[in-house]
Design a protein around this ligand. Sequence first.
Ligand SMILES: *Cc1c(COP(=O)(O)O)cnc(C)c1O
Length: 380
Amino acid sequence: MSTINNLVSFIRDQYKTEKFIPLHEPRFRGNEKKYVLDTIDSTFVSSVGAYVDKFEVLMQEFTNTQKAVAVVNGTASLQVALRLAGVKEGDEVLTQALTFIATANAIMYNQAHPVFLDVDLDTMGLSPTAVSLFLEEYGDLRDDGCYNKSTGRKISACMPMHTFGFPVHLDELLEVCNQWQIPVVEDAAESLGSYYKGQHTGSLGLISGFSFNGNKTVTCGGGGAIVTNNLELGIHGKYLTTTAKKPHPYEFFHDELGYNYRMPNLNAALACAQLEELEGFLLDKRNLATEYDEFFTNEGVKFRKELPNTRTNYWLMCVELNNKSERDMFLKATNEQGIMTRPIWALMYRLPMYESCQRDSQKNAEFLEERIVNIPSSVR
Ligand SMILES: *Cc1c(COP(=O)(O)O)cnc(C)c1O
């Protein structure tokens, strides 16, 4: 209990308020108003406009990739990224059960089946060992790709998620997936500003998706981006998300089932202004993480830190409690005192839509499910 009281005053001190402290709130201290008003003055508030193009270039530069496509939200970016990677109706996609629902939903929107494999205890993201073990047992490599021996379905993608901005073991994962000819589609929704061996997350797999929702490191109200080093796929992504219309000065001709998943220029204006703030935000979060680490080390609580060879964005920071009852006490006491804390997600196979999906032992995922708690992580 003394830990909780110390924590409450520590956090109130960080944010200098006696009011309710949320998990993650946006900060608008730069050019946000200016750019948004600019779209209104120009009347270009909707699906075409200079800020959409600018945002795409900024994302390409920041992630050091060939092509970024601005879309309506992170979920849509993942849905289309999977389709671009070749996921078709009836296929399977390997992913983790310890994730936010959008990862699994994006798979189902493609009429594909998620297969839930375990995470690593250190990264909290998809485990290359678990993927390798699963494929050794069920993988059947044929001329046109990898099939699942137990279901007969094609495994057409693998979708790791960089939990709270901590990169998964990408070298090992890419190696296993290459060996089995399975393209990697990164759910990088939480990891803008996170790097693996110096390369931005979302730039190592075939293609990836980012989110700019209100609770993410930077936000544009609602928005997402598809990012890839495969220029051809990226260009096709832009085409598919803008209704697959053949360019023509006045005629309408669409030659594929496309989507209206464009990010409005109004949102892109906010996104551009927020990207200008990103480095400052990342620095402040990193400093907060150092202070949290010192605090929790003194209290004998395990604070989750950046792993070797990676740089994390510290999007949502978290502690690992010793067991479920300690976790429950921690959650109750902090929330009662106006400090928002939250357990990690319920595993996907606990939800009715996903309970019958194929999965492995989930030993690590179930361990983390009972112990990981997010703590306030906003930029101060
Ligand atoms: C936020 C998030 C998304 C997508 O979010 P949107 O709200 O659709 O922008 C996808 N996957 C994960 C893991 C996320 O945290």
